[in-house]
Design a binder for this molecule. Sequence first.
Ligand code: ASP
Ligand code: MG
Length: 451
Amino acid sequence: MPDLLKVAKFGGTSMADASAMRRCANIVKGDPDKKIIVVSATSGTTNLLSEFATDITTEKRKSIAKQVRDKHLSICRELIDPGTVTGEIEKLCDELEEIASRKQIMTMMLRDEILSFGERLSSLIFCSILGEITGENIHLLDAREIIITDNNFGSAEPGIEIISVKCAALLEPLIPDKRVVTQGFIGSDKNGVTTTLGRDGSDYSAALFAEAINADVLEIWTDVTAIYTTDPRVVGDARPITEISFDEAAELSVFGAKVLHPATMVPAIRKNIKVYVGSSIHPEKPGTWIVKETRQKPVIRAISLRRSQTLLTVHSLDMLHRHGFLAKFFQVLANHKISVDLVTTSEVSVALTLDSDLNAPGNQKLTEKVLGELRSFCEVNLEGNLSLIALIGNNLDTTAGLSGPVFGALENVNIRMICHGASSHNLCFLVGEGEAEEVVRVLHKKFISVL
Ligand code: ASP
Ligand code: MG
């Protein structure tokens, strides 16, 4: 076993083409401790496959299968020895084409099978490139043998214990002498049927591998150099964060820019695994360390902006001095697997936010069925075009005099909802989409740029 054991994950943009893959391979080569390498599909491929899995004609499916084939074969052509891997890529693409020709009803199960091709293709090629660059014999492991999940296709829940058993049996024996390349995002249920962990789930996969193998470090190599104090596209003087705590990062991944999949921090926290976020394009630039305890604990570390939020408010006079209403209300949401972000309540009303665009075509979350069930016992109101702004930091719940300067700076802004107090690491509120960026700029200037 190496002194330190690291799991390194490379995202879609890091797998974009042969030269991006070579860059990643060189990052791995430079560090003998990077033993397990988890990769995403090449950029754009999962989107193509998602389209393939919608209700489109056989012709369109075949044309997508061809695009996927061409894209991967063109990367193969840049290999020094394209022979073996090209054959395997062709074989996988034949399988995909075969699925395209089938007259079959699209199910979530089949969709996961289709989506899995992205990571299966990219990992095959990356394994070869890594072999060429390091001169080592790299082992390609099928993540579906390790990441065992339930059968909630489309966003399957991993089984932590079985994953650790599989890992001990199938992965651990390999790593004293070899590096292992495997796929993010995909797993399988107990019957061996392919599942996925949900879009952008590769970070989560990597964290699950890191947990199961007792890694010391989990590295997430992506297309940004670090986690920033806020989105640099919104605020010019946003700064990279050198070190941030697990708790703050967990809040940021839920409410903030999508640098990390929100579930990623959960295994890292469970096993106290340090997480590093860095850029595979500029690996020399310092990234962000996410650790249990940070040396500095500013009250406000970062300000995040999440767009396209839906506010659902329900109102029922029956709630007055009654019990059971909240349970009934949340039961409806739970039955439909609707995940809620923020909640506030008053005696006869509940307001909550969902991370979804009310006006987006095919917004599947709040279907007429869900709304109908809610309307049978309360008044329902929906509002879209909202953004969620979160101040992330430390001791936000116990710092006296914080809300005055925060909300004082926003005296002309209509704030639709405020959530404060449940977490010491976050204070957040909803504003209209049109005002959100300006609100972030004002707050960043007042609380972060001045430091
Ligand atoms: N390839 C998958 C997606 O695009 C998983 C990932 O990249 O994390 O959603
Ligand atoms: Mg990604």
